[in-house]
Design a protein. Structure first.
Lengths: 161, 578, 277
């Protein structure tokens, strides 16, 4: 089967690759384009570690056809920092010890970023709902929730998300 | 926040600590939040092949034939591996410390022993091509009778799960079918107890479900070496296991890892490393083998199921005078680490309570279930669950508050544990007091004044006279309920070497009945002779923590076990070699 | 190997689906891509529909039509569909809701498919287009019965939309999903109820369950005992008594059939009484 070209903006840069027709976005990002921020955890939509933003909306890249992303804006956790300057959410995760093994962290950051873009001042329940599709098997949810609330209180959603 | 009770742990810790008790940023945190942390799968290789497994659809079956010809011709397929391609296709994890017999193939050869057992590996240019080719492999099976229950597995006539252990139990020291602990006379104590309370507890298997599934990338490096990005929790454990199975010196393998996307015990089995390295060796290409989520959940080894019987003798005043525990670890089809779990369990009973008569028989049984392995406190967690449920039931029977009941029976400093070591730095009393306070659970003034530092020792420091029995010899299921055969005098800390040969060797391919080691009274007042071949140098009386087996010489008749890896000393397993 | 084909019109997709048994529609991807990723689906053609009609919502009038390609997130963003927000929010986390569609939910296997339970209680019809002709409205219950028989999917053609009559009073529509994991987990069961009343008495109430049978089901027994009655203690008690009629729950990784039967009347009673979970 011939491979198909696909082109989109990834973290602000124009990128292109060739994929199997039914190839998923996660494989293209990771092995095609070398962005290892999104992870493989389940391939079935239960864990959330592959979460990316497609035109600012959170999506699971393992369940997204790569060719459906033609011309779209893809954002991953790898592109959150502005050079050496951490995104406020990243800083809040550091300050609140909101990672243990670190495997869920990129997906959590992306889910939180999607939330704060739409809702700069979320309640705790809204934060919980926003990361309800992201599993932290080290069960460090409380520090993660605290970090997102702290980032929101610091104006992360207002400044840039 | 951390609180150090210096009145209990006066000598335990320096007061001038710089890190403990303070918040310090983790070194790996910047990598985690910037997504720069590299897990095993976060490495790009040109020409990467993808490995997918054909697994057994049956719980127990003889393999009649395997036809991989169509799969080998499928688009993108570069190589198909079968059992015959694996250089050393039989292993047991703890063979690295010379414990247990090799019992598990990397790819099944003659039969499959659990549903999901690896049979054929396919290496292809893409995951999609490997998955498509997987459907083209034809394996014919003849179904065999199955056994899924630990106690059924140990009955005479049960289907033999794993021919390496034909009795369906792990063989400790090639002689014994379980781990045994004896301290005092539980039967006599049950006879004079006010209540005897027995309950059965069952724990199910638990999957670790790490968010990162098990996986490995291996790539040919220069100088005949292989670079291996591994998910392993114990990187060098995995390196040595892999070196053994693919039969190369360990210095040809360069393992990179230590950054694990959640393990919890589920990444110590080297589920993926050996086959991945073998694939790279045979194809000359980088190979990636990652379990998908379904494989991880169904066939990544779980915490094993355990069945636990607890029988207690209880007095009206709330004192527990006897405890007998019989427990069965469900190893699944292969040993992995279950043999170690039973040792930990034996070392843990009877829980943190001072009980003058204790006995336990802990079995590892083989069944046609997914092999089980390590998980956070395995060997201890389940029996603790059973014991604490049992403690609540005892408190009710004694008409006592469950918190005060625990304070009454808790170890005090100076108490003799059934393992014949003196308890020190005990703090259960204080822990329970604090827990009660935090939970606003009212306790009596007497319970509040109790202390781990007082009330122990004296009579409670004595080793009681202890009857021994024949139970637990390999090949003699009828002896599992035998009566006492002799009594160790009070104060006996260990059984010295028997001068009699105790192992008759194999007969008809099956382990033969063995002779019971006889206790031979040492000269009075003399400590056991120090024997460097047996006892670790220690100021303590020499003692084997797993009290099942008196230390015995390896009989000359015993066939030499194939050995691999560095020779080590293991106090945990009570054996060593040089 | 799998191929992917994009269809600019609903008719084109329906035509291919009717003629090619190896063709399969992919919308949000939450069901199909799982099968691709896990190697169950390795041959055939995946059809994408780019026709805007597939994602259209007409919710202003008395008769509501929602395109099969409308996502849960789009339902949540539509104020006219507020009575369906609880059901849409019950589906996955935010990322799943960005992707998962109304049409896909009709095919989600038990214990998934909670949104379909809500549609069932609304008396919805499924618009199925076979070949290049025009769509035909099929009662959702019949559609689900066909799915249980194994006849659903491409053989029937393309599901283009669902239609139903808007509840006159949105507060007459109730939905509750029971899961063990908080705040979000797979269904132990779900319950939807449309309870229109006139003169203090219920008129033709519709109650539906998820995960209580191989496909979402109507609770006929409950509907029968509630019809024509005021929704009082006695009626709720009668509904609980009749709750299990016709149920055939499965034992799966989430719950045993016994557990599902045990808790169904409890949660039905709480839902009808307006009590919290």
């Amino acid at each position: 089967m011939a491979k198909l070209p696909v082109q989109f903006r990834l973290n602000g840069s124009e990128r292109a690759g060739f994929v199997d027709p039914a190839g998923n976005l996660l494989d293209l990002l990771r092995r095609g384009l070398g962005d290892f921020g999104p992870k493989y955890g389940c391939g079935q939509g239960t864990c959330g570690v592959c979460t990316v933003l497609v035109d600012s909306e959170p999506q699971l890249s393992c369940l997204t056809l790569a060719i459906s992303c033609e011309g779209k804006q893809i954002e991953t956790a790898s592109g959150m920092a502005d050079g050496p300057n951490l995104h406020p959410l990243q800083q809040a995760f550091m300050d609140n010890f909101a990672a243990q093994c670190g495997f869920c962290t990129p997906g959590m950051l992306t889910a939180a970023r999607a939330l704060l873009t739409k809702n700069p001042n979320p309640t705790r329940d809204e934060v919980v709902e926003a990361i309800s599709g992201n599993i932290c098997r080290c069960t460090g949810y409380e520090p993660i929730i605290a970090a997102i609330l702290a980032a929101a209180a610091g104006g992360a959603g207002m400044r840039r998300a | 926040m951390l609180e150090m009770r210096k009145e209990i742990f006066a000598d335990e810790r320096d007061d001038n600590l710089n890190v403990v008790g303070k918040g310090v940023q983790r070194q790996d945190m910047p990598g985690h939040v910037t997504a720069r942390t590299r897990f095993f799968d976060d490495h790009a290789f040109d020409g990467l092949l993808h490995l997918k497994l054909v697994r057994s659809p049956h719980h127990h079956a003889r393999i009649r034939s395997i036809d991989v010809s169509a799969a080998e011709r499928a688009p993108g397929v570069k190589r198909v591996l079968r059992g015959a391609d694996v250089p050393v296709n039989k292993n047991t994890l703890l063979s690295l410390i010379n414990f247990g017999k090799d019992d598990e193939p990397t790819l099944a050869v003659d039969k499959v022993r659990y549903k999901g057992e690896p049979v054929v590996a396919i290496l292809a240019d893409s995951e999609a091509e490997a998955l498509a080719a997987r459907k083209l492999v034809r394996v014919e099976y003849d179904l065999l009778p199955t056994v899924f229950d630990v106690e059924e597995a140990l009955k005479p006539g049960a289907p033999v799960v794993n021919e390496t252990y034909p009795g369906n139990y792990f063989e400790y020291h090639q002689r014994f079918d379980h781990q045994k602990l004896r301290f005092g006379d539980v039967e006599a104590a049950f006879a004079r107890a006010d209540h005897v309370i027995e309950h059965r507890y069952q724990m199910s298997p638990i999957e670790h479900a790490p968010t990162e599934t098990n996986g490995t990338i291996a790539a040919p490096d220069q100088n005949g070496r292989y670079l291996v990005h591994s998910c392993a929790q114990g990187l060098f454990f995995s390196l040595d296991t892999t070196a053994k199975i693919v039969n190369v010196p360990s210095n040809q393998l360069h393992f990179v890892g230590g950054t694990v996307g959640g393990g919890f015990g589920g990444k110590v089995d080297s589920l993926t490393e050996p086959l991945t390295v073998l694939g790279a060796m045979l194809t000359g290409r980088p190979v990636r083998y990652v379990l998908d989520r379904e494989e991880e959940m169904l066939y990544g080894s779980p915490r094993g199921a355990e069945r636990i019987y607890v029988k207690d003798g209880l007095m009206r005043d709330g004192r527990i005078v006897a405890r007998y525990i019989r427990s069965y670890f469900d190893a699944g089809a292969y040993t992995r680490l279950s043999s170690y779990a039973a040792i930990k369990c034996t070392a843990h009973v009877p829980g943190p309570y001072s009980i003058p008569n204790v006995a336990s028989d802990i079995y590892v049984a083989y069944t046609n279930r997914c092999p089980s392995t390590a998980m956070r406190g395995f060997g201890v967690t389940a029996v603790d669950f059973a014991l604490e449920c049992q403690m609540d039931r005892l408190a009710e029977a004694a008409n006592m508050d469950p918190v005060e009941f625990r304070i009454l029976n808790a170890y005090r400093d100076g108490d003799m544990k059934p393992h014949r070591r003196v308890a020190k730095n005990t703090a259960l009393v204080e822990c329970v007091q604090v827990a009660a306070e935090k939970a606003n659970w009212p306790i009596s003034e007497q319970a509040r004044r109790a202390s781990s530092l007082t009330g122990g020792g004296g009579e409670r420091a004595q080793i009681p006279a202890t009857p021994l029995d024949e139970r637990g010899q390999i090949g003699r299921p009828d002896t599992r309920n035998g009566p006492a055969t002799q009594t160790l005098p009070a104060g006996t800390t260990r059984i010295p070497l028997s001068k009699q040969p105790v192992f008759e060797g194999a007969r008809d391919g099956k382990p033969a009945p063995v002779q019971v080691p006889r206790y031979e009274a040492p000269p009075r007042q003399n400590p056991p002779p120090y024997d460097p071949a047996i006892a670790p140098p220690s100021l303590q009386p020499a003692y084997q923590p797993a009290a099942s087996a008196p230390p015995l010489p390896i009989p000359p008749a015993a066939p030499a076990q194939p050995q691999h890896g560095a020779v080590r000393f293991s106090s945990v397993f009570g054996t060593r070699r040089r | 190997m799998l191929d992917v084909r994009s269809c600019a019109t609903l008719s084109e997709a329906a035509g291919i689906l009717s003629g090619d048994r190896q063709a399969l529609l992919i919308a949000g991807g939450t069901l199909v891509m799982r099968d691709v990723n896990e190697g169950r689906l390795t041959e055939g053609t995946l059809l994408r529909v780019t026709d805007p009609a597939f994602r259209q919502v007409n919710a202003g009038g008395a008769r509501v039509e929602i395109g099969a390609g409308v996502t849960m997130a789009a339902v949540l963003a539509n104020r006219d569909l507020a009575y369906l927000h609880a059901a849409a929010r019950a589906i996955g986390g935010p990322a799943i809701r960005t992707m998962a569609t109304i049409g896909g939910n009709l095919f989600a296997e038990t214990p998934y498919g909670d949104f379909t339970v809500a549609l069932l209680a609304l008396g919805a019809e499924v618009v199925v287009q076979a070949g290049y002709g025009s769509g035909r409205a099929v009662p959702l219950e019949d559609f689900l019965a066909g799915r249980e028989r194994g006849g659903a999917g491409q053989a029937q053609g393309l599901v283009t939309a669902v239609q139903f009559t808007r509840p006159q009073n949105p507060s007459d529509f109730l939905f509750r999903k029971i899961s063990r994991v908080k705040p979000k987990g797979i269904s132990v069961l779900s319950i939807a109820a449309h309870l229109p009343a006139s003169g203090g008495r219920l008129v033709q109430p519709r109650v539906a369950y998820g995960a209580m049978a191989p496909v979402p089901m109507r609770a006929r027994g409950v509907e029968r005992v509630l019809d024509g009655k005021p929704l009082d203690q006695a009626a709720i008690q009668a509904a609980k008594q009749a709750a299990l009629e016709g149920t055939r729950p499965a034992t799966d990784a989430i719950a045993s059939d016994w557990y599902r039967r045990e808790i169904l009347p409890v949660h039905l009673g709480r839902l009808l009484a307006g009590e919290p979970r």
